[in-house]
Ligand binder design. Sequence first.
Ligand SMILES: [Zn+2]
Ligand SMILES: [Zn+2]
Length: 370
Amino acid sequence: MKIQTDASTKTGEPLQVKPGMMKSLIFHGNEKISLDDRPIPKPGPGEAVIKVTLTTICGTDVHIVKGEYPVRLGLTLGHEAVGRIHEIGSAINGYKVGDRVLVGAITPCGQCNYCLGGSLSQCGGVMGGWKLGNTMDGVQAQYALIPYAQANMARIPDELTDEQVILLADIASTGLSASESAQVKIGDSVAVFAEGPIGLCATAGAKLRGAGQIFAIDSNPVRLEKALNMGAHHAINVSQQDPIEEILRLTGRRGVDVAIEALGQQETFENALRVLRPGGTLSSLGVYSGKLAIPLQPFAAGLGDHKIVTTLCPGGKERMRRMMELVLHHRIDLTSLLTHKFTFDKIVEAYTLFSKQSDGVLKVSVRVAR
Ligand SMILES: [Zn+2]
Ligand SMILES: [Zn+2]
């Protein structure tokens, strides 16, 4: 039997599913993922189910697939979704079936002590705001259950396409937060270490916050070129130049006010510290593994008044609304980061391309439905 789940689904190969079932990208263990049949979820109180129209793949998803971040077997992956409301559970107000919504990667409850204390991403405990594709089934599926839907479904303005908003769910919210957490002031100098998708968004964020000089540091000339488009003034290729010497030279030996780490490695963390002025802020977005050591000399043996701040992607519908304001009013445009487009039936191929970082890929869009 061949069923199109929606008459308007015209992308790619029609996926064959039985009534009440859907296709989901399932994690089966190290390097094993497949598109499997799963029942379409039913929303309980406070929940909603969206029909996913567009999703993307995150570096974190790749870590999961490689076995570097543990999740349960059989989990549906993915935490970035645009969709239309398919079914609404009880105790949800102000939404109707068919509404187009953006759901953040982080879906806080909005009611626990952490949330009410302002730490939405740490909802219920450390990293607890990250539920989708982590502690519950994610959104790389034809339908997805959204927890605490009242707090997490941000209505998308009609003027904006799915492609214009999909990257706001995670990398833009994360990237922009680096300068917010560091409280970048007008005229601050900012260095961004590593210009992957999150670093590029961090570069855009430094510009939005009114930074003066912005330095982009990477080894990939294409990414450095992109960083200049996102607002950087100096592109420093670490395979040709010593980034520390170059930044100290360009700041008159003063160092930068804010150094953003957007890779999660000892070397970039250390370099960020080495270019930071006394009293400056190291804003860390990277996910580290193993051990992270602080070198004493650039840390002034602990007496340099340095601040080190870390941020997990801010989520919730108000954050998403603000992110969409930036796109709606032409303050940021992230569509050029979507370098490769796939349809949902090809999502496993999309994972392969994205995880190998082949063909100059930055981010992929995966079209699930129209
Ligand atoms: Zn992510
Ligand atoms: Zn909470």
